[in-house]
Design a binder for this molecule. Structure first.
Ligand SMILES: Nc1ncnc2c1ncn2[C@@H]1O[C@H](COP(=O)(O)OP(=O)(O)OP(=O)(O)O)[C@@H](O)[C@H]1O
Ligand SMILES: [Mg+2]
Length: 364
């Protein structure tokens, strides 16, 4: 799937934008404050229902308007068109339509369009919380395994139910034990799916790490969310008293993480800022390759301020990899000259933004 047409109204300083896009690289060039990140935000809003730089979603609506909208025509690889429209107002509920059908969640559009954002605002995956790394893992599974989404939803629901019981004054041990069984069973399923996904991803990770010049002794492993005892049902019983004291389930699949070490030490403690950024990018690139090679799905990449901190070889490698995997890319830069030449002429477009107005420019 790729975006063929995009109409934006009243997203931040973008009053009216109408673009015809290519399925390859769409470069967006403009000065500071011109509206580059806002364009990426509008696309993300359409496919994920939220912003990647604020939780205060209403800030996205232009200060001079009461509502904003994003409309897009997507083209599938079989050349089918799918129309998707979103309207967000200051007062009413967000409205999302796919082919005219009102949607109650963003699950369908998220499933259709695997979207990845790489932006300075998001920082790197190394310094962030384990939860953010777990979400990256879950993103991969969501797109690879149809049944994963429901299984993970059931897991989080079961943990919430157990936590409610743990906080009750009556401390009903038998009731909590019955939820231990349910939680252990569903956790086993989720964890084994994560293990399979991670072992499929691993060879891609090794290759991308090496290609991006991350050649030192990196060790990447999947932490399932608990250690001893190995059997999760047994662990829940062992932990039960402690969990009562804390009022929540302390260990389990909700604590899963991707652990990255360099020469035996946590990457967070020893890697440079640039290395952390490259590691984060490497993980996302490996996921894109796996998704494309195993089930033929292509991704939508929103890359803000691409040139920053990537050297010539790495910029070229990233562009080549995205091109090879049929990704549709939106890439912003202050000066597009720094990146545009890495991409062949046939499948690229260049847009110039000035005070919220986009115009198409000639590519080299
Ligand atoms: N709700 C809003 N209504 C109108 N304008 C807004 C709103 N929110 C932000 N802006 C303005 O939109 C402009 C574009 O911001 P944006 O972050 O997209 O710029 P940018 O091109 O990415 O800049 P930079 O290169 O500095 O990252 C800014 O001038 C900002 O002040
Ligand atoms: Mg910006």
């Amino acid at each position: 799937m790729h975006i063929q047409k995009l109409h934006i109204n009243n997203v931040r300083n973008l009053d009216t934008v109408e673009l015809k896009l290519v399925s390859g690289f769409n470069f967006v060039e403009g000065l500071n404050g011109s509206g580059k990140t806002s364009l990426l935000e509008a696309i993300y809003l359409l496919t994920r229902g939220r912003s990647f730089r604020t939780s205060k979603i209403k800030n996205l609506i232009s200060s001079t308007a009461d509502e904003c909208s994003v409309f897009s025509v997507f083209k599938s690889t079989e050349n089918n068109s799918i129309k998707v429209g979103l309207r967000k107002s200051r007062t009413a509920k967000t409205m999302l339509r796919i082919e005219g059908d009102n949607q109650t969640s963003f699950a369908n559009i998220s499933q259709l369009v695997p979207t990845i954002v790489v932006a300075p605002e998001l920082g790197n995956l190394i310094d962030t919380s384990p939860d953010s790394r777990r979400k990256v893992l879950d993103w991969g599974l969501f797109h690879m395994e149809q049944s994963y989404h429901d299984k993970w939803k059931l897991t989080t629901h079961t943990i919430r139910q157990r936590n409610v019981l743990l906080r009750q004054k009556s401390r009903d041990k038998n009731l909590v034990s019955s939820w231990n069984r349910k939680l252990a069973d569903i956790s086993l399923e989720v964890t084994s799916m994560r293990n399979v996904y991670f072992s499929n991803l691993y060879p891609y990770l090794v290759r991308v790490f090496e290609s991006l010049g991350l050649k030192e002794e990196y060790l990447i492993s999947l932490y399932k969310g608990w250690n001893d005892p190995e059997d999760y049902y047994e662990l829940l019983s062992v932990n039960q008293e402690r969990d009562f004291e804390r009022g929540y389930t302390s260990q389990g699949p909700h604590r899963a993480d991707i652990k990255i070490k360099l020469e035996g030490k946590l990457a967070k403690d020893v890697c440079s800022r640039g290395q952390k950024k490259m590691i984060s990018l490497a993980i996302r690139l490996a996921q894109i390759e796996l998704l494309h090679n195993s089930i033929g799905k292509n991704c939508l990449l929103l890359i803000d301020d691409f040139a920053a901190e990537l050297d010539h070889n790495n910029r070229k490698y990233v562009c080549d990899l995205l091109h090879k995997n049929n990704s549709q890319v939106f890439m912003t830069c202050i000066d597009v000259g720094a990146v545009e030449n890495y991409v062949p002429k046939e499948n690229k477009k260049l847009f110039h933004v000035k005070q919220g107005v986009l115009t198409e420019s000639d590519c080299n």
